[in-house]
Ligand binder design. Structure first.
Ligand SMILES: Cc1cc2nc3c(=O)[nH]c(=O)nc-3n(C[C@H](O)[C@H](O)[C@H](O)COP(=O)(O)OP(=O)(O)OC[C@H]3O[C@@H](n4cnc5c(N)ncnc54)[C@H](O)[C@@H]3O)c2cc1C
Length: 459
């Protein structure tokens, strides 16, 4: 388990070949071409694609801790071909094409991540087994089948999204409740920390300078101020996601929300006979307070659930494994898979994701100030950060490409409300979603009241 201050508490960091460390801080340059704040997927993918396109760019990435200390080194490892906001676009006829363009780009992104990992020798346990969304209540079947039908009406086929009837679904995943499932091929399971650490190594090999243990105090046009001095840069890019409030000029842009995870001990074959997931499909069940899981390459179950928000955007670098929110995640897991009885959970951790006010990703770059950003994935950023990184690098290099026409470009959200309104809204969202999920499980029918309230708070 944890053995140094740069450990983010996750099973993923624990299972790296080398314990997470940081390169000793080198002296800072006076000037670079591009300064990137944050060494998670967003910052590192952006650096990667900038270097691919313009190898002579002098790029520095500034990271407060170590590469992957944030969400990128702690997440559920769903490299998924969907992102927040796309279903909303697909539902409105005049925005449908924008939604289709984004969805296609996200599908391609799952393959792009696999392709780059192979090309760059990043062994992140990539396995494209798709994802299962299980109907855990009979009344959810209709809505799920309607979603598949809607996607088919837009040109997608059973190769992309298909409905698995109950018997087939039960064969694929041995969850306690299972009345059928939506299956999509557009998702890969990965080991998130191996991906982010591998990316850091890869961009380092291409000449990107990574300054770990170097918190940025704030950014301005033309420079970043760090705890270790100021660095001038033509281009300054923010890739700080759930930690964005650490920069005083960026407050209320992103709400830091927690997601919590647990991992079991490696499970023996008879348990896997009961649970299934033979292709390492990732899985969830479409409830409002989202749950998600994957079968790891070493045969554990890694399972998580979205959790909460702390007053004043408090950002805990580490989550105490005894946190009660983790009890809830563990009991959800055990409820979901009765076959786990008698098997231990060995790891419990959590991390920060970032939610902008409109709950959609945004990529933007202002050529006049030289300042840009990418993020706002609301807990679905493993693949989305790769697409965002490609988009941001095209914008920085002033290239007009199909990616720079996607709907995320400059789709800025208004700022979050000040406290205590923000805290009250977040609590209400969590409470209403939780009440709706529980009432539906208890009564076996839709919870109109709590669902209505949840939808209103979500806007
Ligand atoms: C528990 C959990 C489970 C998740 N599961 C999934 C999943 O299965 N699939 C999925 O698609 N998404 C998932 N997500 C979301 C996904 O992990 C994120 O969207 C993605 O990793 C965001 O990457 P990022 O690089 O933008 O941010 P981060 O990975 O958070 O990186 C930001 C980095 O910036 C650094 N930083 C912040 N402020 C400063 C500063 N002032 N100076 C210097 N450095 C700074 C931080 O230390 C951090 O390393 C999950 C998130 C969590 C927390």
């Amino acid at each position: 388990m944890r053995d140094n201050d740069l450990h983010n508490g996750s099973f993923w960091f624990d299972s790296l070949d080398e314990p997470p460390g940081a390169t000793p801080p080198a002296s800072l340059p006076d000037r670079v071409d591009v300064a990137i704040i944050g060494a998670g997927y967003t910052g590192l993918w952006t650096a990667y694609y900038l270097k691919q396109q313009q190898p002579d760019l002098d790029i520095a990435v500034f990271e407060a801790m170590t590469a992957g200390f944030g969400a990128s080194g702690r997440n559920g490892g769903w490299c998924m071909g969907l992102a927040w906001g796309i279903d909303g676009l697909l539902a409105v006829p005049r925005q449908q094409q924008a939604g289709i363009d984004l969805l296609n780009a996200m599908h391609d992104t799952v393959d792009e991540v696999g392709r780059i990992c192979q090309a760059e020798n990043i062994d992140c346990h990539y396995g494209k087994g798709g994802t299962l969304t299980v109907a855990t209540l009979p009344f959810r079947v209709e809505a799920m089948r309607a979603r598949v039908a809607h996607l088919h009406s837009l040109g997608y086929t059973d190769e992309d999204y298909t409905w698995l009837p109950e018997a087939e679904s039960r064969h694929r995943i041995g969850s306690r409740w299972n009345f059928g499932a939506v299956y999509t091929t557009h998702c890969a399971a990965i080991h998130p920390a191996r991906l982010v650490r591998g990316l850091a190594r890869t961009v380092g090999g291409k000449g990107v300078r990574l300054f770990e243990l170097t918190p940025v105090l704030d950014l301005e046009p033309g420079r970043v101020r760090t705890e270790r001095g100021t660095v001038h840069a033509d281009v300054v890019l923010r890739a700080t996601e759930g930690y964005t409030e650490s920069l005083p000029s960026q407050t209320r842009q992103v709400m830091p929300l927690y997601s919590m995870m647990v991992a079991t001990e490696p499970l023996p074959e008879p348990v896997w006979e009961a649970i299934g997931l033979r292709r390492r499909e990732t899985f969830g069940d479409g409830r409002r307070i989202v749950i998600y899981g994957q079968r790891t390459l070493d045969d554990r179950l890694a399972f998580g659930g979205r959790a909460g928000y702390y007053f004043g955007s408090e950002r805990k670098p580490l989550i105490d494994p005894g946190d009660p929110m983790l009890d809830r995640v563990e009991s959800n897991l055990r409820e979901f898979f009765p076959a786990l009885e008698g098997y231990a959970v060995t790891h419990r951790w959590g991390g920060l994701m970032g939610a902008p006010r409109h709950f959609r990703p945004c990529v933007s770059f202002d050529p006049d100030s030289g300042i840009g950003m990418a993020g706002g994935y609301v807990g679905e950023g493993v693949a989305a950060s790769n697409l965002a990184g490609r988009m941001l690098s095209d914008l920085v290099l002033r290239q007009k490409t199909p990616l720079t026409r996607l709907a995320w470009v400059d789709d800025r959200a208004r700022r979050w409300e000040p406290e205590p309104l923000r805290w009250m809204g977040a609590k209400m969202m969590q409470y209403a979603g939780d009440r709706a999920d529980r009432a539906e499980f208890r009564n076996g029918r839709p919870s109109k009241f709590w669902d209505g309230l949840f939808s209103r708070v979500m806007g």
